[in-house]
Design a protein around this ligand. Structure first.
Ligand code: ATP
Length: 254
């Protein structure tokens, strides 16, 4: 797949087909160099290798601090693959039907269309833009792709209804919502665009059992349409329901 560096919505389209898409990670290391602390080094994770295929959910396990969230963030472009500064090593590559795309060498401006069209991310915390209403927050990933407003709104309403978010909240900005309400907005925003790859960082952390069950359903549906998912789930029952495979990071992995 050619990921252009354009940041404008160039088309109203579905995301690229998930069939045949694979993420391969080989010998990935991530260290944080704390320049304000005399260059102290914190190793987030090391020697991580796996393949993530279309239609599977690979669960990341490992003790607190093993580097699970840092791995998701690196794969979503929050951190640069800066081999030159010696804080990242290894390779991460997306294999599309029409060839590979190395994340290591992806220019900064190419991450935007990649995140818009290919790699989605649901974290446990919602980053809100002040004064933007909930419905619009959820619709935004589709609007960014050029999907028309009516279709985006229909899908957003459907998801918010499934996630039991009270309709009286839909016109309000979610900044003041409870933790669980914000998380459900985040989940709706993360699932609406049906990215072929989805990174899930504790998407059920603040949810009650009924809403966690909805997320489990959304994950099953995503798997059925070929989405490749890499996720962190602290709740063992949820983990058991969604995991096709588990990858353990850190000392527990030895
Ligand atoms: N931005 C950062 N700067 C410096 N160190 C960081 C940064 N982010 C994470 N770390 C460190 O990297 C290590 C891995 O953190 P990370 O959050 O990835 O672990 P985790 O496995 O997700 O933990 P948890 O299960 O507790 O959420 C920790 O020692 C953490 O302190």
């Amino acid at each position: 797949m050619t990921v252009t560096t354009s940041t404008s919505p160039s088309r109203a389209s579905a995301p690229p087909s998930a069939s045949g898409l694979r993420l391969s990670v080989r010998g990935l290391d991530k260290r944080f160099v704390l320049h304000g602390q005399a260059g102290a080094i914190i190793e987030a994770f090391s020697a991580v290798s796996f393949d993530l295929h279309a239609g599977e959910c690979l669960v990341l396990a490992g003790e607190s601090g093993a580097g699970k969230s840092s791995l998701l963030k690196l794969l979503h472009g929050h951190y640069r693959f800066t081999h030159a500064r010696n804080d990242t090593a290894g390779e991460a590559t997306l294999h599309f039907d029409d060839g590979p795309l190395s994340l290591n060498t992806l220019p900064a401006q190419a991450w935007h269309p990649l995140r818009r069209d290919v790699i989605g991310y649901v974290s446990q915390f919602l980053r809100v833009v002040p004064r933007v209403g909930t419905l619009e927050v959820v619709m935004e990933p589709l609007l960014a792709r050029g999907v028309d407003e009516h279709s985006a709104e229909v899908r957003a309403r459907k998801l918010l209804t499934r996630l039991n978010l009270a309709e009286r909240l839909w016109s309000l900005p979610p900044g003041t919502f409870s933790g669980g309400e914000q998380q459900r907005v985040n989940i709706a925003r993360g699932f609406i665009a049906e990215h072929p790859i989805l990174l899930l960082d504790e998407p059920t952390a603040s949810l009650d059992a009924a809403n966690a069950a909805v997320v489990i359903e959304l994950i099953s549906e995503a798997r059925a349409r070929g989405t490749a998912m890499l996720g962190i789930f602290h709740d063992a029952a949820v983990r058991q329901r969604v995991a096709d495979r588990t990858l353990t990071l850190g000392r527990e992995a030895a």
